[in-house]
Design a protein around this ligand. Sequence first.
Ligand code: WT7
Length: 696
Amino acid sequence: MTSGQIAVHWKEEGYIAPPARFIGQANAADPDIFQRFAEERFPECFKEYADLLDWDAYWHTTLDTSDPPFWKWFVGGRLNACHNCVDRHLATQRNKAALIWVPEPESEATLAITYQELHKRVNEFAALLRDFCELKAGDRVTFHLPMVPELPVSMLACARLGVIHSEVFGGFSGTACGDRIADSGSRVLVTMDGYFRNGELADHKVKADEAVDAAAKLGADVDKVLVWRRRPGAYASQSPMVDGRDFFVDDLLQTYRGKQVEPVSMPADAPLFLMYTSGTTARPKGCQHSTGGYLAYVTGTSKYYQDIHPDDTYWCMADIGWITGHSYIVYGPLALGTTSVIYEGVPTYPDPGRPWRIAERLGVNIFHTAPTAIRLLRKLGPDEPRKYGYRFKHMTTVGEPIEPDVWRWYHDVVGKGEAVVVDTWWQTETGGFLGSTLPALQPMKPGSCGPGVLGVYPVIYDEDRNVVEAGSGNAGNICIRNPWPGIFQTIWGQPERFVDLYYRKYCADPDSKDWHDWPYLAGDGAMLADDGYFRILGRVDDVINVAGHRLGTKELESAAITVEEVAEAAAVPVLDELRGRAVEMYISLKPGITGGDDIRGKVIAAIETQIGKIARPQNVWIVSDMPKTRSGKIMRRVIASISNFADVGDTTTLSNPEIVDDIRHQVQSEKLARGEAPRPLTPEEEAEIKAFGRTE
Ligand code: WT7
């Protein structure tokens, strides 16, 4: 074992074969597909995905590598994403539901929006954006929308005009939204008055006011705030409308009834949208996705990996405010002309039978969710799925590693043993899946995502750029050797950071124009078994994955140190039974300051207002000092080990090793007293905690 390699020993799970009923109808059932996507066919293999789309002009170059690592796909091609997701289905299936929306209150009627109706709504809103907001191709618009059909309508209206949308997850705070408005240079914010969650009508418009203020502080002016009303005509927010700035969309739309807008033919490499994600610094990264490459990739993977046929009823429970929703609720499924279900609220309200009731009532046959939801549904309603008569042919898990035990409940109880399960590993940056089994052709293995997907060739490197061999029992940094059409184009406004973060580490030669020299660094630790299946261990950078959502340690820490009394802050992950990981904050106070619950409360409040409730820390520990290296860097892996009752490893290189025992005693005795001590870590979890923050 060379230095920098981490040995992990896990028990290999056995294979489970896909059910015959699934294989018989699968989109990819002929093993010949592996030949079509063999490495020697790269990059031309991706023509198969691009040919699933309508092009206004066909491309002349499949992959242009002249400016690495700014890859360009399908160069010379022109298309419109909205045409591909809406208009082209009108000829054969105008009266089929494109979207089915399930409101949270069960007394409220479910809404089916046909392709024809979707076309009408998208055209009218596009006309409003173009004529009232004067938006044109290349402009950016920020959305802060919850799970309502107005969100996909708004996205597709932008796509129709070539306007770049940037949806901020509805659960994020107004301040977080304002930061993203300023970063993207949006002058228009699209929001909603309120929405239902956990039985309550949340006031959402109030966040728009905070967002506009936060953006103004960063020097960015928002001219117009468009407010969709959850119930047209009945304003659900307490926050006043600002004259000349805020407009009700339902009022404005009166002027645009029946208006049609010609889809704008866009170059394949024109940006389609931005999706912000967290990274190693406090500044979020606006991942810029392309029109042609992205749409081809999500359409192809939706067809082969989600096994979507036009007649399926497909339900991905993710929020459209995350990349999963963009790729696998809106763009991929609609490009294939299927019916995509969206729902408001949470899966466990009013009770943990809700998802299964919806699935039964709507005849959902493809289901897609995250381990955190599966764990929660198992805990609160282990027998609920048996009470409902739905039948899934296919199910997905995404967003974090899934424990084999949780996987088995998903397969046996939710899937009733009849559904094939795919564990799809990917990222905001990657547009679509990177690792998964091809459901009819590769057996399932609980806890492993599977091999690289068609046309994607992963490799694991150690810190010294040696390949970590299959079956070696060692973990390392998973990379993708080749470009693929769904890869993001750049970080909006930060091209150097794009190169630094994702390509610098393993680049063989910065002057090379050969893609072989530019592996993509995913930022995850992983292991490769003898059979070519990858097991993803989790982030190796300063990112904490809470319930499938990425939180940057720097973002959390920057929020904490806005509290006047706080001198230093460090965020670390702790194991959490339901959310996978939760956040713990360690803070030290400025000299002469003392305090306890009051300061802890301020730190929590600062995090909630600057990021959002999802980032709320589980504990805030006030310590006398942080363990530091001799150069003064906080050793997050040491405190992460303490929080998780793991071995702290070698602390001799610290400038203040004596502090470690003090902190351990303080934190662990308190946790033991509260009954918060976690179960012992598995070897994979131990490897992840020990690697945490090792970029420092
Ligand atoms: C990070 C990306 C992928 C869309 C939703 C999250 C982790 C994602 C898996 C999986 C193990 C996974 C990785 C990755 N992750 N899918 N199937 N097994 N880990 O997108 O917010 O960009 O997060 O989520 O750590 O890097 P994201």
